[in-house]
Design a protein around this ligand. Structure first.
Ligand code: CA
Length: 535
């Protein structure tokens, strides 16, 4: 990706520019590639009709911030090119200077999954990046936590109220005795009963619950609260030996329907007694210096706008390249937001097997969407469009850049645990909470989230670092956004500078410094991806 910007001093073609426009605001548009025939307006508040840029371009109509302006005359049907990719075709003739939005664009067909380029553009490994460390909690299985959290796994939604009550009691009565433990979290979800548990695709929610219990931040201390009669029996969670057998050969389960429980307090007493045993062991964990290669970073975007692909996502991509050079694991996800760029990904795959796995995940998702009689165009939101993203093709091109420029080393299915180093494609839906939940299962110990429209997203289980795509958002949400990538659009910082800033922020937050979402304890719910039938 190449970023070129074309800034010019305002030569107002209107006699009296709107009063709310600061005199210092210079018309600025940004193109992503020399062959692009549209650019996006960078100025806060957009630009009025008649605005003239230094190159002579005059806006034929008002264009909001982040929205596209035609750099050339389009005839009906002409390709509209951004990121050097055809993001659509003109639905009617559009003179130079027109506002190019979703109403005047026809979306192209997605690339087929046949005859894709396989490993044709595998970037050579970049030089190793050595000497960067963070202070983390090393676990018996070799993984490293960035937080020290007691997590209570649940097998069914029925127990959520009880677990929530128990968590409040544990926080008030037990946690003060164990100062090395950061938090207690009930892993509550909507699954467990009323579901077709033997359906093929039920493997996805089941392995997600199992693998979240094994997230590095929980120190291998797995405790489960079960109801008793639910379809998702605890033994099923422990199957395949993936949950370590901890105590006398048994998974540590409190079953509410167990005959030993007489009255609600008895259930709470059992949960608290179990919690205390785990808290004692967690409290003995100590932070130690770990190489940056122990980071497992999940990246995703939400509330995206046209700047996502210009500022925040390229900066995240730069940081992703740094992480891979440092030997860490970086995973990017969100199937519908990479589907239109699958040819770029298969070309970057490190091996033909990785390319085939990418195609497999895209095909599975195409089929999943078809069953619902929709396609990937169901992804874009009203906010995306208001932010200048006309369709999923444009959104995808801006989303993929979060993955950086390196070879793709591995692919995992939804909810699978990732143990491989390097750049991994972890297939998930793009919905923020679903993606975050599945990346937790994949084993992330840090989560990077970019946003243009603004979202207060946060997770209880791992720290979330949020990156704003625009200065205006970073200014208004100054105590919610951790990094301001909007400075890239205004020319105050480069992608490289913001990328390094994010890299250092990751090491700080991994070592215990709180991100804003963590400071306020802004916690979104776990949302499982269940493509299987509900009964
Ligand atoms: Ca998302």
């Amino acid at each position: 990706m190449q970023q070129t910007s074309d800034a010019a001093v305002a030569i107002p073609a209107v006699a009296n520019p709107p009063a709310q426009k600061p005199a210092a605001a210079r018309p600025l548009y940004i193109t992503m590639h020399p062959d692009d025939n549209v650019a996006i307006v960078a100025n806060d508040g957009g630009l009025p009709a008649g605005t003239r840029f230094d190159c002579g371009l005059v806006l034929a109509e008002a264009v909001p911030q982040g929205h596209k302006v035609a750099l050339t005359d389009f005839a009906e049907g002409d390709p509209v090119v951004r990121y050097n990719v055809v993001i659509g075709h003109a639905a009617r003739a559009l003179p130079r200077g027109s506002w190019v939005n979703e109403r005047v664009l026809r979306m192209p067909e997605p690339p087929g999954l046949e005859n894709l380029p396989i490993c044709t553009r595998v970037p050579p490994p970049a030089p190793p990046l050595e000497g960067y460390t963070f202070e983390g909690y090393r676990n018996a299985d070799g993984s490293v936590g960035t937080r020290n959290i007691l997590a209570i796994t649940t097998t069914v939604q029925c127990v959520s109220g009880v677990v929530d009550y128990a968590v409040r009691r544990i926080k008030a009565e037990l946690l003060p005795k164990y100062p090395n433990v950061d938090d207690v979290v009930g892993l509550e979800h909507g699954y467990g009963c009323g579901v077709a548990i033997d359906a093929k695709d039920a493997a996805i929610p089941i392995r997600t619950i199992r693998n979240i219990a094994l997230n590095p931040n929980f120190g291998g201390e797995v405790m489960v609260v079960s109801l008793g009669c639910e379809k998702l029996q605890p033994a099923r969670l422990a199957s395949a030996g993936t949950i370590p057998i901890q105590r006398e050969g048994e998974l540590d389960v409190v079953c509410l329907q167990d005959e030993q429980h007489v009255g609600f307090e008895s259930m709470i007493d059992s949960i608290m007694a179990s919690a205390e045993r785990h808290l004692q062991r967690l409290n003995a964990r100590q932070r130690e210096t770990c190489p940056a290669s122990d980071l497992v970073v999940g990246v995703q975007c939400g509330g995206s706008d046209a700047f996502s692909g210009v500022t925040a996502n390229p900066a995240v991509g730069f940081a992703a390249d740094l992480l891979v050079r440092a030997g860490a694991t970086v995973m990017f996800s969100e199937v519908t937001e990479v589907r239109d760029g699958i040819d770029q990904l298969t070309a970057r795959a490190a091996t033909p097997e990785v390319a085939q796995a990418l195609i497999r995940e895209m095909a599975w998702y195409d089929n999943y969407l078809q069953k619902g009689e929709v396609d990937r165009s169901a992804n874009t939101t009203p906010g995306n469009k208001k932010g200048g993203l006309s369709n999923i093709v444009e959104k995808a091109m801006g989303s993929i850049v979060k993955s950086g420029t390196g070879a793709i080393h591995g692919v995992s299915g939804p909810g699978e645990r990732v143990t491989q180093k390097g750049l991994i494609y972890a297939a998930t839906p793009a919905g923020d909470f679903v993606c975050g939940t599945l990346q937790l299962a994949a084993g992330i110990n840090l989560h990077i989230f970019t946003t243009g429209r603004g979202t207060p997203y946060g997770l209880a289980e791992v720290p979330v670092i949020k990156v704003a795509t625009r200065r205006d958002l970073a200014r208004r949400w100054h105590d919610l956004m951790d990094i301001d990538a909007g400075r890239i659009a205004t020319g105050e910082a480069t992608i490289e500078q913001v990328g390094w800033e994010l890299f250092h922020k990751m090491l700080d937050v991994a070592s215990g410094r709180k991100s804003w979402a963590e400071h306020y304890k802004l916690h979104n719910s776990l949302v499982l991806f269940n493509p299987a039938p509900v009964t």
